[in-house]
Ligand binder design. Sequence first.
Ligand code: AMP
Length: 604
Amino acid sequence: MGWPVLRKDPSSFRVTPNLTDYAAAHAGSPWHEARSAMTGLPDGAGLNIAHEAVDRHATGPYADRTALRWLGKDGRSEDLTYALLRELTDRFANVLDGLGVGTGERVFLLLGRVPSLYVAALGALKHRSVVSPLFAAFGPEPIRQRLDLGTGRVLVTSRRQYERKVSALRDQLPALEHVLVVDADGEPPAGTLDLEELMAKAAASYVIAPTDPEDPALLHFTSGTTGQPKGALHVHEAVVAHSATARYALDLHPEDVFWCTADPGWVTGTSYGIVAPLTLGVTLVVDEAEYDAVRWYSILEEQRVSVWYTAPTAVRMLMKAGEQPREGRDLSALRFLASVGEPLDPAAVVWSQEAFGTPIHDNWWQTETGAIMVSNFAAIDVRPGSMGLPVPGVEVALVHRTGEGEGEDPALEILDTPEAEGELALRAGWPSMFRDYLGQPERYARCFRDGWYLTGDMARRDADGYLWFVGRTDDVIKSAGHLIGPTEVEGVLTGHEAVVEAGVIGVPDPIAGEVVKAFVSLYPGFEPTEALLRELRGFARSRLGSAVAPREIVVVAALPRTRSGKIMRRLLKARELGLPEGDLSTLEVGPDDGDPRGSAKGDS
Ligand code: AMP
């Protein structure tokens, strides 16, 4: 701590915040109220995310309001009104119908941030397919694995993505029946369909079939320490939390222009980069291009962005870019800033206050929670470095897991003192809680104990109830806000003929928070030459994509393992960072065996 509290002065609010009386909101029935704010499908036919996000506005006073303002990389832009978005999403739902895609079948999206991505996501939700957006910077291996785990029947993609990453995998993906190419220009690659042509032929109106709020809607893959990626499944009821948290935590009002910089390949880019703002009738700005300080400040200025949701890595890059790209800009429309995904340095909160006249409001949530769970709010003082307070309706506890030894009964100790440090747990049952890890029910069950969802994050609570992030309980890596499972990277590295075993950790990085570092041991006959290391880096990048591949690879004689054979990443990390090595009683190989024999840093 040690940073001054940033006080909020109600007389300075340009718009009355949606949440002014935190205690009263918490004590009430916020989820119940949020549910009543949804219109539901006509004739009591249930609750459908796309209806709440699009159709309800398309038939009301917001019909001609811009729902989505798309800014292309090349300077082009396109506005989709709520009425037009309705028509396009109706057409897409009809395309799926025409292909015979069934309710609950998985429609994967592998696209950059182009309008078709948004149309396909919302159209598939209308159709009651399950939408699974993939990150376009993934290499072929994470794409194959996710399509396979999710038994994707439909893939919406671009020509470039298809030809570079998917076409060679088709025979490994027997469930993948339809590949719809958004930019086929009348000449779809062999084995694919021209989406534009199908859209033009499809009927322009669609009636959403009755949708049970518990019907599956979204599938987001996330990573754990071990095993394959986990497909967190969310249902249509999640829209209640998307919308309510956008009001409370992002303070969105219908007249706002909102920019969420997250890619829909990650949960933030779907919950808040597609669904939540639209449910409130907001204008959503979508930028196709990647980060660029000058471009970003221009967007804030020219689009008159009023609410901005971004990530700590981006904030650090803007801080590094200095004042020059911001100088002389009229950023007066901007009234609320928030960030998520990794710890937000207190210095960044204070920087924002100076740069934009308002702090960045950190908030916390996960793929599994589907929506913001802990947040700093517009009307409440900000303690730089704190994630804030639980969102009204969310019950938080700090806990210790007990009884995890052999033959013991797993239990939970709830830390009930005002100040405490423990694992962050959430009382199960909020609307956007994930309902399953697809095909892995035991893994899902292990996340819950005594009615609490265990988040895997350690947090501290101060005397006033503010929560502070402490760290993860597992070995997953957070690089530039993206969660990376070490096993996924290790699995690819050991696929190289020279590599016997691999151990992957995150090491601190001043901009990305963490970057991926790999330790590998080699088969006899292979030497840790610069050429081999370069080859290994290239091998990993071509399969995993640049967002996931290791930045640095080090060759060691052997990796430290437990007696039961598990690689001790914790020990690799402690050694790397010069930290105490902790309990080594289960270590199998001698502590000296981890000495590097060669190393090389990636070039980006
Ligand atoms: P994901 O499921 O990819 O959204 O990643 C969720 C994880 O990101 C959380 O479990 C945390 O470890 C981390 N995270 C998210 N938000 C924050 C935050 N505000 N501060 C610190 N870590 C965060």
